[in-house]
Ligand binder design. Structure first.
Ligand code: CAO
Length: 443
């Protein structure tokens, strides 16, 4: 037995080409012509076949490396005297990246590929996004058996190959398997043979509840159907973190109550929510990331220099989120009046699309109802949302004794791609400080 080096053969006009797959590992037995590596240039994908049969003893190349003709990439313990030397000179099998060739059963490598390194397209369609999950070449775990042409096909459509079940020999993934998965996602049903839901996640089992007792099926209202879709889209696309906090609003509430009679004369009802809106806007000015949106490709942050606050309103038909514009420029009475008008419009089902567009941050207040804390869902493409819960009198230690203080719990859910945990808690702490001492709002 002799050890031979395997070098990159003539790869045509390319000086340097990226390795996108290493298809064998040390210790693997390979036959002549088994695929060892996949290279990808901007024009084509190329498979590097084994020039000898034998056992791979050394792998000197990794995914992401750039290689050129003559580079040593493997060492192999050749098992046959007739090592088909002419194969060493053969040209790499070249396939146009855009038109993957149909897969041959003989392409099956002896071992699973080390990792799927295909990046998702820059702007995948919603369906492609549903099928794609970011894959770290090191962390993927069990690799998928698929020919380079099937992988190229999956990459082209933004499909994460590890979500595809192979029906070929030894479970190998074929182009038809990828097509079947896409078809099942488009139809919103279970994927062919893989028990997946329409969003590439396991579906909730369908159960005939009438076997347990009497049931009645009532169709969801129009608003619930629409808001449900938005909520699910946000829940699935935005990596949520919820920061819980609380603040002492004793002075704020005393002020609010002292202004109540005057406010009534102005024809408005003062609730804590308008004060929270002002405190939030000041904090948004301090932390502009919370008043932004991610660009569709996820590579930039679009900072907004206007402060439009969406307010979740509970209506008999479901949840709607009208928007109060330019909250930074408005006073407490004006905001109260607008809140009354727009929530009345919402409950009467008279909101126009314009009333519900242009928000930069949302507040969902359940404080008038109850509860201690909750986790609101970010109103994407906004970056964060605040949830207000019911303020309660509590004994608070002031350093020498317990004092009765009005404490309001609140939470902020945010998109962790934009906001880090430390910034998240700095934001909630700042909002809390502004609400505890409203004088800070005029500084
Ligand atoms: N703590 C204690 N009391 C509070 C409070 C809080 N955080 N927030 C409001 N209150 C009080 C108000 O002061 C008012 O009491 P008074 O009449 O004695 O002053 C009472 O609760 C009712 O307030 P409200 O709910 O009518 O008014 P609001 O300005 O607080 O809220 C609106 C307006 C439109 C946001 C609210 O009516 C509403 O629809 N909330 C539900 C939002 C919702 O469903 N969110 C969930 C979305 S996720 O499914």
């Amino acid at each position: 037995m002799a050890t031979q080096q395997i070098n990159i053969p003539d790869i045509g006009d390319f000086d340097s080409v990226e390795v996108i797959e290493v298809l064998v590992a040390e210790g693997d037995e390979v036959a002549v012509d088994d695929s060892l590596l996949t290279l990808e240039s901007d024009k084509a994908t190329m498979e590097i076949p084994a020039p000898f049969a034998g056992k791979i003893t050394k792998v000197t190349v990794s995914v992401g490396d750039s290689v050129a003709e003559g580079d040593s990439v493997f060492e192999i313990e050749v098992s046959e005297a007739a090592a088909a030397p002419e194969k060493a000179e053969q040209k790499a099998e070249e396939k146009p990246a855009e038109k993957p060739a149909p897969q041959k059963a003989a392409e099956s490598p002896k071992s699973a590929p080390a990792a799927e390194s295909a990046p998702a397209p820059a702007t995948p369609s919603p369906t492609a996004q549903a099928l794609t999950k970011p894959v770290n070449a090191q962390s993927m775990g069990a690799a998928s058996h698929a020919s380079p042409s099937a992988r190229a096909f999956a990459r082209k459509l933004g499909v994460d190959i590890s979500t595809v079940s192979g029906t070929g020999p030894k479970g190998r993934i074929q182009q038809t398997d990828i097509e079947a998965l896409i078809k099942s996602v488009m139809q919103g049903g279970a994927g062919a043979g893989q028990a997946q839901g329409g969003m590439g996640i396991p579906s909730v089992p369908e159960i005939d509840f009438s076997q347990f007792g009497e049931t009645e099926t009532v169709e969801l209202g129009r608003i619930k159907k629409i808001s449900g879709k938005f909520l699910q889209t946000s829940w699935l696309n935005v990596p949520h973190v919820t920061q819980f906090d609380e603040c002492d609003i004793t002075e704020m509430d005393a002020f609010r109550k002292s202004m109540k009679a005057k406010a009534e004369k102005e024809g408005v009802k003062l609730t804590p929510l308008v004060f929270v809106m002002k405190a939030v806007v000041k904090a948004l000015q301090d932390f502009p990331g919370f008043n932004s949106s991610l660009s569709p490709d996820g590579q930039s942050l679009i900072k907004k220099h206007y402060y439009n606050i969406g307010v979740a309103v509970d209506t008999p038909n479901g949840l709607v989120v009208p928007v109060l514009r330019d909250v930074d420029k408005k006073g407490i009475y004006e905001l109260s009046r607008e809140l009354m008008e727009i929530s009345g419009k919402a409950r009467d089902g008279k909101l126009s699309p314009k009333d519900m567009s242009g928000g930069t941050f949302t507040i969902s207040s359940l404080g008038g109802i109850g509860g201690t804390q909750f986790t609101p869902i970010v109103n994407a493409p906004e970056v964060a949302i605040m949830g207000l819960s019911k303020a309660k009198m509590q004994p608070v230690w002031n350093g020498s004794e317990f004092e009765p203080r009005l404490v309001m719990p609140f939470s902020v859910s945010y998109d962790h791609r934009v906001v880090d945990g430390a910034e998240g808690v700095r934001f909630t702490t700042t909002v809390g400080q502004y609400l505890t001492d409203l004088r800070q709002l005029i500084l």
